[in-house]
Design a protein around this ligand. Structure first.
Ligand SMILES: *[C@@H]1O[C@H](CO)[C@@H](O)[C@H](O)[C@H]1NC(C)=O
Ligand SMILES: *[C@@H]1O[C@H](CO)[C@@H](O)[C@H](O)[C@H]1NC(C)=O
Ligand SMILES: *[C@@H]1O[C@H](CO)[C@@H](O)[C@H](O)[C@H]1NC(C)=O
Ligand SMILES: *[C@@H]1O[C@H](CO)[C@@H](O)[C@H](O)[C@H]1NC(C)=O
Ligand SMILES: *[C@@H]1O[C@H](CO)[C@@H](O)[C@H](O)[C@H]1NC(C)=O
Ligand SMILES: *[C@@H]1O[C@H](CO)[C@@H](O)[C@H](O)[C@H]1NC(C)=O
Ligand SMILES: *[C@@H]1O[C@H](CO)[C@@H](O)[C@H](O)[C@H]1NC(C)=O
Ligand SMILES: *[C@@H]1O[C@H](CO)[C@@H](O)[C@H](O)[C@H]1NC(C)=O
Ligand SMILES: *[C@@H]1O[C@H](CO)[C@@H](O)[C@H](O)[C@H]1NC(C)=O
Length: 613
């Protein structure tokens, strides 16, 4: 027993340097919470949730900070009682004890903070700048790893944070109002900085490289008048995330040269041309350049970003896409081109995007879409063409067998011909087709092509039609639906139950029945198209798979490729000429063979005649 006690005492003496005592103390406008490795704070303490199992302290300097300014070295200002009191205080430094406030004064330069080896996280609230500076200087001997200023005073730039806090890993200034600041003196010498975050701070970087170049991983600058990033940033091999928002930065040259950057969130800046840039980091996964002033980029701009998954160019005044701009971005999943000024789309624009799942083209003033524009998008699931002023569903949307959702809401689809049957037949397997917000005034016969098994899509279309002008302008429209859904599930039919045969006759709309039959007859050939399309069988397979999730989706790969040219049946389109081309090339081959044969025969004869001679 004695031995045990002796051991305990001994070990506690040995551990004295390393000990970290849990405590919560509030005094002189300072709130201090320290967490320990295995002893927890009093559970009733409101800060106990801060603590995970490690030694660490959280110190908040509030506006009530009152520590006594005055150097720890006895000064010779005047030999009065004041100096006596001060020297007396030196003997009695403030003791930070758990939930035991005491009245002894706090010296700024000697705060006597506990747990000397614990990493400290300091938050500076709205406190007096010069007093806070003294307190921070007094904390220099502490292992401070993180400082956050919620209020900034120019005097902080006289502190050399690098010298004072060599382990500082995170420096953040997060303000509520725009404030001018300089960090030339304070941040220049930091050598362990990992996170730099400056929000609502107007500042500029300094010209000389800082040693934290080799440790920094995350830079966040938001709402700032900063106009450029320093060149030296580009040599960092650790910087993984750059997050700039609401700055005046116009050039990305230093960022494009970062070799290890993974994520660039650069929306709402003043970034201009990209066509001289080449993002060289092969690790880039996410690039957000939305709402900048980009007018152009080049085929090479993203050509090194082989791992890119999300590219956002929304809200840039880009007029046209360069030739094969994404050919190397084979893993790109989401491409956003909404609110750009692009008017023309062709297949080479999307060349290489075999993994793309979502393409956002909303609010683009599209004028021309080549029918094969989307052919390279073999995996496309969602196509958004909201608010593009389209007067017709483009043929191009039929090229994607995996397409499940198509948004063409808020366009200019106004006639029945806006929804051509040859297109609708191919969209029969979609799970969502948004057409609301279109000025449709005629009932498109092509609605009758939608497979009656696709209840979900039918319901969607029915509900959308009810909100469109056609529901009121075309008296037969409700009856068409009613007739079409006559033998269907009650669920769907119930929406149009009131539009029955009797009511139709009574309202003198008997002709609607004939119209309906006539439309159905017209659609007959397209129904064939729908049934025979590989897309359809693929989709049917998919929907049956999704209906019974125990089955693994096994989609024959080679079907999807063979489809593309079977889609179009418009005789004027190039696809129609494919068999003819084939025939011609066969003929040409035959001719070639024939002429070779003739040649050899002639050659033989020549030889023979030569021998004879
Ligand atoms: C804390 O845990 C360590 C190892 O997990 C142990 O060696 C040490 O004695 C514990 N300290 C206290 C005060 O419980
Ligand atoms: C303190 O004393 C020294 C020498 O006695 C004198 O040079 C110095 O100016 C004094 N400092 C102040 C602040 O009065
Ligand atoms: C300071 O804290 C960090 C983070 O916990 C730790 O890695 C480092 O060893 C500590 N430094 C000192 C001198 O205690
Ligand atoms: C901050 O504290 C210093 C020293 O106590 C004092 O002179 C100054 O007036 C204070 N500033 C403000 C804004 O209260
Ligand atoms: C940046 O500024 C905008 C507009 O001035 C403001 O709405 C936004 O909240 C600011 N962001 C932050 C993080 O303060
Ligand atoms: C698109 O171009 C038109 C005219 O060229 C221009 O008025 C408009 O502002 C541009 N849109 C964008 C988003 O820049
Ligand atoms: C669509 O047309 C309207 C009216 O002509 C125009 O104001 C709007 O900018 C156009 N939208 C696009 C994306 O071109
Ligand atoms: C519904 O069923 C009736 C008879 O059961 C049949 O005459 C009619 O053609 C069917 N209607 C449709 C739209 O299939
Ligand atoms: C599809 O591919 C498989 C193997 O990849 C092959 O055995 C099969 O013949 C192909 N089918 C068609 C129609 O090309």
């Amino acid at each position: 027993m004695k031995f045990l006690i002796a051991f305990c005492i001994l070990s506690s003496i040995l551990n004295e340097g390393k000990a970290c005592d849990p405590l919560h103390a509030q005094a002189h406008g300072v709130n201090l919470v320290c967490c320990s490795l295995n002893e927890s704070l009093t559970p009733s303490c409101e800060f106990s949730s801060l603590c995970q199992e490690q030694c660490s302290c959280f110190l908040t300097i509030t506006r009530d900070l009152d520590c006594q300014i005055g150097s720890s070295v006895t000064s010779n200002v005047s030999i009065t009682s004041d100096i006596l009191i001060r020297s007396h205080l030196l003997q009695k430094q403030y003791q930070w004890l758990d939930h035991q406030p005491n009245s002894s004064p706090l010296l700024c330069r000697q705060p006597n903070l506990p747990n000397i080896n614990s990493p400290y996280t300091i938050v500076v609230e709205n406190s007096n700048g010069s007093v806070t500076k003294e307190f921070l200087l007094g904390s220099c001997s502490q292992n401070v790893t993180s400082i956050t200023f919620q209020h900034y005073h120019p005097i902080y730039d006289t502190i050399d944070f690098g010298a004072c806090f060599p382990n500082l890993a995170s420096f953040q200034v997060v303000l509520l109002e725009r404030t001018k600041a300089t960090f030339h003196e304070s941040l220049r010498n930091l050598r362990s900085l990992k996170v730099l975050s400056l929000v609502n701070v107007d500042f500029e970087f300094w010209l000389q490289p800082s040693p934290f170049l080799n440790t920094i991983t995350y830079i966040h600058i938001e709402n700032s008048s900063i106009t450029e990033l320093p060149k030296w940033i580009s040599t960092s091999k650790t910087l993984a995330t750059v997050y700039l928002k609401g700055t005046k930065i116009s050039s990305l040259s230093p960022i494009a040269q970062l070799t290890a950057v993974k994520s660039l969130k650069l929306s709402h800046n003043s970034i201009e041309n990209l066509h001289r840039l080449l993002f060289i980091s092969p690790l880039l996964i996410h690039v957000d350049l939305s709402y900048n002033k980009i007018t152009s980029f080049a085929s090479h701009t993203f050509s090194k970003c082989v791992d890119l998954r999300v590219l956002d160019l929304t809200g840039n005044p880009i007029k046209m896409l360069p030739y094969k701009p994404f050919s190397k971005n084979i893993r790109l999943k989401w491409l956003k081109l909404s609110r750009t000024n692009i008017t023309t789309l062709s297949p080479d624009h999307f060349y290489g995007l075999g993994s793309l799942k979502t393409l956002s083209l909303s609010r683009m003033p599209i004028q021309t879409i080549s029918p094969y524009s989307f052919v390279p998008l073999k995996s496309l699931r969602y196509l958004d063409m909201d608010s593009c002023n389209l007067t017709r569903i483009p043929q191009a949307v039929t090229a994607n067998c995996h397409l499940a959702r198509l948004n063409i809401a808020n366009n200019m689809l106004h006639r029945s011909s806006s929804m051509p049957p040859e297109v609708m037949a191919m969209l029969s397997g979609l799970s969502q087709l948004r057409i609301d917000g279109n000025p449709l005034t005629e009932f498109p016969a092509s609605f009758l092509l939608i497979s009656r098994e696709n209840i979900r899509l039918l319901r969607h279309l029915l509900h959308s039609t009810m909100t469109l002008p056609v529901w009121l302008r075309e008296p037969c429209a409700p009856y068409y639906w009613s007739m079409h859904l006559a033998n269907r599930t009650n669920n769907l039919k119930s929406f149009v139950n009131q539009y029955d045969e009797k009511r139709m006759i009574k309202n003198g709309l008997g002709y609607c029945r004939e119209q309906y039959d006539w439309m159905m007859e017209q659609m007959e050939i397209y129904r064939e198209l729908e049934k025979n399309s590989g897309c359809y069988s693929l989709r049917r397979l998919r929907s049956s798979v999704s209906a019974s999730p125990t089955l693994t989706p096994k989609i024959p790969k080679n079907i999807s490729n063979s489809l593309i040219f079977s889609i179009d049946h418009d005789p004027s389109s190039p696809a129609f000429h494919i068999p003819i081309l084939l025939l011609i090339s066969l003929c040409a081959n035959f001719l070639l063979l024939f002429s070779m044969l003739m040649c050899s025969i002639m050659a033989c004869r020549m030889e023979k005649t030569a021998e004879n001679v």
